[in-house]
Design a protein around this ligand. Structure first.
Ligand code: MN
Length: 247
């Protein structure tokens, strides 16, 4: 069954009812990457999404949780053969998490090595305030023929963007990114065939409430308005991009 929409970074298990969140994505035919923040969360997501046509579950170890959860890398390694998708992983150099930055680099490096060894993984990567570090590590430890990278909510500079494009990265864009003037730099630099959408729900809110699972309608409208494509053309572009990423 062909999807109508793409939500390549959603925390379905952080909504109050995971089963209902999966159902919402099914009904709207949204190809959804359900990222997880710890390896311990993976099994329940995988079980509840097992009959889903549109939801795929990613194995994650969020950089903001590495300070407390670094030891779960062993569980990550055991679970990795069960999925093609990895996320949320990456690095976060914002002040609150900078204390664990060295540990984050160790864990993220190990994750990239495991993915490179396994081959054919698709990763959703967080890179807050450290695009350069993330790109350095991807370049040296996950060559493009060993895995595919989607940079989620990327806010690096124009030159970092060009570098990410040259490394073969895709980019998942959410509606909150349009609240920053940076979005113009980002959208100008990303080739149209590397563009995906995401909600990053429930963290992204609309009118003070968490965005609904898989609800990328608004970001598709915003992308269409910027590009001069129609809404339908934009929808088609995004689903085609997803297909070329995963096939
Ligand atoms: Mn996230």
């Amino acid at each position: 069954m062909k999807p109508d929409f793409v939500d390549f970074h959603a925390h379905l298990d952080l909504y109050p009812d995971l089963e209902a969140a999966i159902r919402t994505c099914e009904i709207s035919k949204t190809a959804t990457l359900a990222v997880t923040t710890t390896p311990q969360a993976f099994a329940r997501n995988k079980e509840l999404a097992k009959d889903s046509a549109f939801v795929r579950v990613a194995l994650g170890l969020h950089p903001q949780l590495v300070a407390d959860r670094a030891s779960e890398i062993a569980l990550f390694e055991r679970l990795l053969p069960q999925t093609r998708y990895v996320g949320e992983v990456g690095l976060d150099a914002s002040p609150r998490f900078y204390g664990s930055f060295e540990m984050q680099k160790e864990v993220f490096g190990k994750i990239l090595d495991l993915c490179a060894d396994a081959g054919d993984k698709v990763l959703s990567i967080h890179s807050v305030r450290c695009a350069k570090h993330v790109l350095d590590m991807v370049e040296s430890r996950l060559p493009s023929e060993r895995g595919k990278v989607v940079l989620h909510w990327f806010t690096g500079s124009a030159s970092e963007l060009r570098r990410a494009v040259d490394l073969g990265c895709y980019f998942s864009i959410n509606e909150r990114m349009f609240g920053s003037p940076k979005v113009d730099v980002v959208l100008k630099a990303i080739p149209s065939d590397r563009l995906l959408t995401e909600t990053d729900g429930p963290f992204v809110e609309r009118d003070g409430l968490p965005i609904q699972p898989g609800d990328v309608v608004k970001v598709v409208e915003l992308l269409a308005a910027r590009s001069g494509r129609t809404y339908a053309e934009t929808q088609r572009l995004l689903t085609q991009n997803l297909m070329s990423l995963v096939t």
